[in-house]
Design a protein around this ligand. Structure first.
Ligand code: BYC
Ligand code: FE
Ligand code: FE
Length: 471
């Protein structure tokens, strides 16, 4: 395996120095990336020194280095998980054949499209989150936001490396376009729906890292099985970084819930808002929104695209080795759909139902997190419980996009939807109220907003009140 070169202009473990053409192409893309980072990255903190972890290796131990660094000086590098000797394609029609080290000609366009779609989400999320520094609850949280941001930037690098190395001129053009699309832009939006939705408050941010980064986890798990070995190895290493993003979301909400419970107990009417906290109903509305929009990211319930990705060996199932049948040509899966005015449950050939299969695993993972939040409520003696909304609720992709449904999954008329909407989804008033509550951002070690509990511990063994942000 190539050694880790940390001194190069682009740190890497792919022996970039041995391929001058590729190195030069990436070094030409680098200033464009930095321009993008300076104009579309976190607003207001580019000159601050942030306590960040940087990937410096890919081993199980000690892959990260922590230090104060200005974000534009962050060492974005290209790191692939170590190759597995004799790796074979773990699923599909080519099951058991040697994994590809180059892109098979007939799969080139499809693979490029998947790499571009994955790559597009990474800078999109940075754009969505760029104004959150102005309302940060604490320096600890601000640092976590920036950690997530620089790593999403690194994930963009990961996909751009693949585009430059394996897709020739088309790949280089796609790499440029990844810096040109803009989240939420009417003319050149980002590719997938959730990545064009504004993240204007920290409640959005925590729900996004809980639910949307978790879609990232499942998509990366599918791609980590890919027969195209460089893609599989790239995604495997990205997953190690991804764990922290979901930690930020899950514990962020957990801390809000704990604080809300505490404030409710202090108030004679159990009114969290009156005491400077966020009420549980509002938290549920934000949960509803980001969960529903994240469900859309798995694609349609019945998908020939998904079947083709699987058949051709491009995109597999999470933890493919847990399955016994890696070809999946036989058997069916029950899938619920809306058709001709009614709900039907059909048995669909396994390969066609793969998006739904992955979505099922994702939903179970989300439920585990929600159960944790609910245990906090239980411990606090409160009767309120959070719930994941039905997958029919507020969908824009797939079969349920055609109908309106309550969070409980009951199909309702457009009028009933209009009447219920503000109870189920965040409103302009919610956003305004949260922004007002947040007040000016906090970054000093001893500050913590009123609406969120302090973390149990800090980052990298440091205390929660460490000076994570230095001006
Ligand atoms: N929005 O067969 P269908 C992350 C399109 S998150 C807009 O149902 P398929 C991260 C689809 O392209 C992980 N369009 O679904 C998280 C197709 O178009 P065509 C990102 C959509 O093809 C936080 C048509 O609808 N990675 O990393 O299986 C922070 C019918 O498609 C959407 C990936 O997504 C949508 N939501 O697509 C930072 C992995 N869904 O062919 C980062 C790469 C579907 O009719 N992407 N369409 O023109 C894929 O593997 C797949 O394309 C999808 C599902 C998972 C998106
Ligand atoms: Fe990412
Ligand atoms: Fe992430």
């Amino acid at each position: 395996m190539a050694h880790v070169d940390l001194e190069a202009r682009i740190p890497n473990n792919v022996d970039l120095g041995a391929d001058r053409r590729l190195q030069r192409a990436l070094e030409r893309w680098q200033p464009a990336y930095l321009d993008w980072w300076r104009s579309m990255g976190p607003e207001g903190f580019q000159e601050h020194e942030i306590y960040l972890r940087t990937a410096v290796d890919v081993g199980a131990k000690g892959w990260a280095h922590f230090d104060h660094v200005k974000m534009p000086d962050y060492r974005w590098g290209i790191f692939l998980a170590p190759p597995e000797a004799g790796r074979v394609i773990p699923f599909g029609d080519h099951y058991g054949e040697p994994a590809w080290q180059e892109v098979p000609g007939e799969l080139r366009n499809t693979l490029r499209r998947i790499v571009v779609t994955q790559g597009d989400t990474e800078p999109a999320s940075v754009e969505q989150q760029r104004r959150l520094g102005a309302t940060a609850p604490s320096g600890y949280d601000l640092r976590n936001l920036f950690q997530v941001n620089v790593e999403e930037g690194r994930h963009l690098w990961a996909m751009v490396y693949l585009l430059h190395s394996y897709f020739g001129r088309d790949g280089r053009e796609e790499a440029e376009m990844l810096l040109e699309r803009r989240s939420g832009d009417a003319d050149r939006p980002r590719i997938l729906g959730a990545f064009n939705e504004p993240i204007s408050t920290w409640l959005d941010f925590f729900m996004f890292t809980m639910f949307t980064d978790r879609d990232g986890k499942y998509q990366l798990l599918c791609l980590a099985e890919s027969g195209f070995d460089p893609l599989a190895r790239t995604c495997r290493f990205m997953l190690t970084e991804e764990a922290h993003h979901m930690f930020v979301g899950e514990t962020g909400i957990q801390r809000i819930v704990e604080r809300t419970a505490e404030l409710m107990r202090q108030d004679p009417n159990e009114d969290a808002r009156a005491a400077g906290g966020i009420d549980l109903e509002m938290i549920q509305r934000y949960l509803n929104f980001w969960f529903a929009h994240s469900l859309d990211l798995f694609g349609g319930e019945v998908s020939t695209n998904a079947a083709n990705y699987f058949a051709s060996g491009i995109k597999g199932r999470p933890y493919e080795d847990r399955y016994t049948d890696h070809v999946a040509l036989e058997g069916t899966c029950p899938v619920e759909r809306y058709e001709d005015g009614s709900v039907r449950r059909d048995d669909v050939p396994t390969r066609l139902a793969l998006n739904e299969e992955v979505r099922d695993q994702y939903v179970a993972d989300c439920q585990r997190g929600v159960d944790k939040w609910n245990r906090s409520l239980e411990r606090a003696g409160l009767s309120f419980r959070f719930a994941l909304p039905s997958r029919r609720f507020e969908r824009h992709i797939g079969t349920w996009a055609a109908v309106h449904a309550t969070p409980g999954g009951e199909l309702i008329s457009a009028d009933a939807w209009d009447a219920g909407r503000d109870e189920w989804l965040p409103t302009d008033a919610d956003r305004a109220w949260l922004t007002e509550l947040a007040g000016p951002g906090r970054s000093a070690p001893d500050q913590m907003a009123s609406w969120i509990a302090s973390p149990k511990r800090g980052i990298d063994g440091k205390p929660a009140q460490f000076d994570y942000i230095r001006s």
